[in-house]
Design a protein around this ligand. Structure first.
Ligand code: PXP
Length: 239
């Protein structure tokens, strides 16, 4: 069965709309873990628009939570990761003005920096991942950089599925990339823009080991509660 990582960033988005402490992403992370999330993803953005440094500290300190910290490839973020020691780090591209992470990393442009950051993280036994577009070239480059995992950006296929457009080409591309990455010894993850339907479709790709899902889970939880939403995802992943 594939693993489910639950991203709690948007609990912080709601909290930050009013300031103060409620709703608390740490409590959401504990609940999600209790109801079956295999890990909790938090993205510490440079502009701190959702998760902040105190959230990172509190969530990483909990022995009950397996933490996947998403961060941009820079030395300041590396310092924060080394200080807080999450279980996993996923390096993502970051543009200040984007609403969400719009695509995968530009590995060629950032190769040198990524190599250094990955080496530091591996030295302290943090599992590393690179968020990439579904591209064979980027998988080869990722392998060359010695990352443990790659996370394939599923934004495009999710948009195609949601807008009822033809998605088979994109699905084929993701499948081919997942197979190739696994063959090279990389663990394959996928995420971005996923909901129940996208998950049902992508769950058929056997080489993907983990999905990371955020916005839909938090939004759907308003109506059905986080327990029911996570359990429904876990039922989909069991098939
Ligand atoms: N995976 C990565 C690497 C991400 O950066 C994000 C958030 O942008 C997600 C998964 C989750 O995306 P979403 O919130 O659209 O489910």
């Amino acid at each position: 069965m594939k693993k489910l990582g639950v991203n709690v960033d948007h609990v912080a988005t709601i909290r930050n709309a009013r300031g103060g402490f409620h709703p608390d992403p740490y409590s959401a992370a504990l609940s999600a873990t209790r109801f079956g999330a295999d890990s909790i993803t938090i993205h510490l953005r440079e502009d701190r628009r959702h998760i902040n440094d105190t959230d990172v500290k509190k969530i990483c300190e909990s022995k009950k939570i397996i933490v996947n910290l998403e961060m941009a490839a820079n030395l300041n973020m590396l310092k924060i990761a080394l200080r807080n020691k999450p279980n996993y780090v996923c390096i993502v591209p970051e543009k200040r003005k984007e609403i969400t992470t719009e695509g995968g990393l530009n590995i060629i442009k950032n190769k040198k920096k990524l190599r250094i950051i990955l080496r530091y993280l591996s030295n302290v036994k943090i599992r590393t991942s690179l968020f990439i577009n579904p591209s064979i070239r980027d998988i080869k480059l990722s392998k060359d950089l010695n990352t443990d995992c790659v996370e394939i950006h599923t934004g495009k296929i999710s948009d195609l599925i949601k807008s009822k457009k033809i998605y088979v080409h994109e699905l084929r591309k993701i499948k081919k990339c997942a197979r190739y990455a696994k063959k090279l010894g990389l663990e394959v993850h996928a995420g971005h823009g996923m909901d129940y339907k996208t998950t049902k479709i992508l769950n058929n790709i056997k080489d993907i080991k983990e999905f990371n899902i955020g916005h839909f889970i938090i939004g759907e939880s308003f109506f059905y509660g986080i327990k029911n939403v996570i359990r429904k995802f876990k039922r989909i992943l069991k098939k």
